[in-house]
Write a protein that binds this ligand. Structure first.
Ligand code: BG6
Length: 519
């Protein structure tokens, strides 16, 4: 009841009155959330029963999951939320977000995965494998966006991509309000380790993911809270499977001159020489400390995704090409590219509780600046507020408030300066990408920056050339005119880096190294 009314006020009286209205209703909202607390009690009882069952050797089955789901729905009926529930893939409980512009997103409670993000025209922007096996929640859906925690990739002892995407997340009834909630449609999920998980990885934490949908923009904020008195070490990534028309016509910009670790060559370190990354074979790379914005340009669809990642320094680019994968259809690789934001350093939370890497005010002003700049682009917006500190950075043991610690302050200031630079604030370039950031996917006549583009081609018209008309080094060349990949240059400071942060697990994680989460 509240949300339609709030929207009505918003339309009729404008944003300020809408905010006022929401403020007035704050206490009512709290009351409405109460049934959820009761729900959680009931869920805990079920969880205990499940624990007992698993001790007896029984596995959690779909019927139990469905009972939980129905119970959950009945509680939800008692309250209004800024989203609604639908049946997701394999009938799993799924949060449905929509916004007045007509775009929508779906978030699965199982795995905390964003399984769909559709634009105003109803076109799917996220990739979904055609060959999901459906045998478990983990395999019922391959693609979308998920959080890899407490480890991404195979970089540690905790199993491929950590375990967070195979767990059942709960709705968080006490969102942290760390993120600006301009979007009327958002949800926050929370994952806490069960007793079973703790047996495998003896760490206590809370992993939250805040997903909000705006016009042409999906914002994902993962947050990690150390609820232990011991330090918590982890790596993390937001794994984005983007849907593209044809991988051969895609290029990724924003990675030039950055060093990367090549997962296909035992993480050997190279420097990116090309102006843009194009694909003509398998790619699996971790680009280190990249700039904040990365553009994924789909020439055939004339569509640009902008991945903006704050707080997560690295970017992973992956396409398996023709490699056989059990959960990928034969030609699925042509329609996807993963560009993930990640922290490949081992991050360490030293103290119990939350602290922010970015001061909230900085974050908010950066956000609005960015939103203004890319009004209608599809921006995936990952902001990672973690409970610090990365190995290799000054160790901060008592910074419960970022402003109170001079070292942390210094770090913020440096970071803000770099961010300013990387966002090109001083350079007055409005739209550096060849296709307009307003993504008119249906229009074949996109142009920008004075470049004239050729018309869109269809799949049947394979002989059409999509090369950029420019001729400088790095100008886009379509698959018909692409020259073999550039000779890669080994990074100058490879040895230094290897000694520095990637090869050395920190002592805390070594002590937990005997534990393995299998997947
Ligand atoms: O199987 P997932 O979790 O979807 O991950 C797929 C790939 O994701 C990429 O990000 C990794 O770099 C690859 O090594 C990995 O194989």
């Amino acid at each position: 009841m509240l949300l339609p009314l709030a929207n009505f006020y918003k339309i009729v009286f404008g944003q300020w009155l809408h905010n006022f209205y929401q403020l007035l209703n704050f206490n009512w909202l709290k009351l409405l959330f109460r049934p959820l607390v009761h729900y959680q009690f009931t869920i805990k009882k079920i969880d205990r029963k499940l624990e007992n069952r698993s001790k007896e050797g029984c596995k959690r089955n779909l019927v139990v999951d469905r009972i939980r789901w129905m119970l959950f729905l009945s509680f939800l009926k008692q309250m209004e939320m800024p989203f609604r529930f639908i049946n997701g893939p394999s009938s799993l409980p799924c949060v449905f977000l929509s916004e007045p512009g007509g775009s929508s997103a779906q978030v699965l409670l199982s795995g905390g995965q964003v399984v769909s993000w559709k634009n105003e025209q109803g076109e799917e922007l996220l990739f979904k494998s055609s060959k999901a096996t459906g045998k478990s929640p983990r395999t019922s859906f391959k693609g979308g966006i998920s959080v890899c925690f407490p480890q991404f990739g195979n970089s540690g002892s905790l199993g491929h991509q950590g375990s967070s995407s195979s767990k059942l997340w709960s709705l968080n009834n006490c969102p942290l309000h760390l993120v600006p909630t301009g979007s009327p449609s958002s949800v926050e999920l929370i994952l806490k380790p069960t007793e079973n998980d703790i047996r495998i990885w003896p760490r206590s934490f809370e992993l939250r993911i805040h997903v909000s949908l705006g016009s042409g923009k999906l914002t994902i904020v993962p947050q990690v809270k150390n609820t232990d008195s011991k330090s918590l070490s982890f790596t993390i990534a937001v794994h984005n499977y983007l849907s593209v028309s044809d991988i051969s016509e895609v290029r990724v910009e924003g990675l030039e001159t950055h060093d990367y670790l090549d997962n296909l060559l035992h993480r050997e370190r190279f420097t990116e020489q090309a102006d843009a990354l194009t694909f003509d074979g398998e790619v699996d790379r971790i680009y280190l400390e990249t700039q904040t914005n990365i553009a994924i340009i789909d020439h055939e669809k004339k569509r640009t995704f902008v991945l903006r990642k704050d707080g997560l320094p690295d970017a992973v680019v992956w396409n398996p090409w023709t490699k056989r994968l059990s959960d990928f259809g034969d030609n699925d690789y042509t329609q996807m590219v993963c560009v993930n934001s990640a922290a490949s350093w081992i991050l360490k939370c030293f103290f119990n509780g939350f602290s922010l890497l970015h001061r909230l005010s900085d974050y908010q002003s950066n956000l609005s600046r960015f939103v203004q700049k890319c009004k209608t682009a599809y921006c995936i917006h990952d902001v990672h507020c973690y409970d610090l500190v990365a190995t290799g950075l000054p160790l901060i043991t008592s910074a419960s408030h970022p402003h109170s610690c001079p070292k942390l302050k210094e770090f913020f200031e440096d970071k803000m300066e770099n961010d300013e630079e990387s966002r090109g604030v001083s350079k007055k370039v409005e739209n550096p990408y060849p296709y307009p950031l307003s993504v008119s996917v249906t229009s074949p006549t996109g142009s920008s920056g004075g470049l004239t583009r050729q018309g869109s081609i269809t799949k049947n018209n394979n002989s059409a050339c999509l090369c950029s008309p420019t001729t400088h080094a790095g100008s886009f060349r379509c698959r018909l005119h692409r020259i073999p990949s550039l000779q890669r240059t080994k990074s100058m400071d490879q040895d230094a880096h290897q000694q520095h942060h990637h090869s050395k697990p920190d002592p805390a994680s070594t002590t937990q190294g005997s534990a393995t989460i299998s997947h």
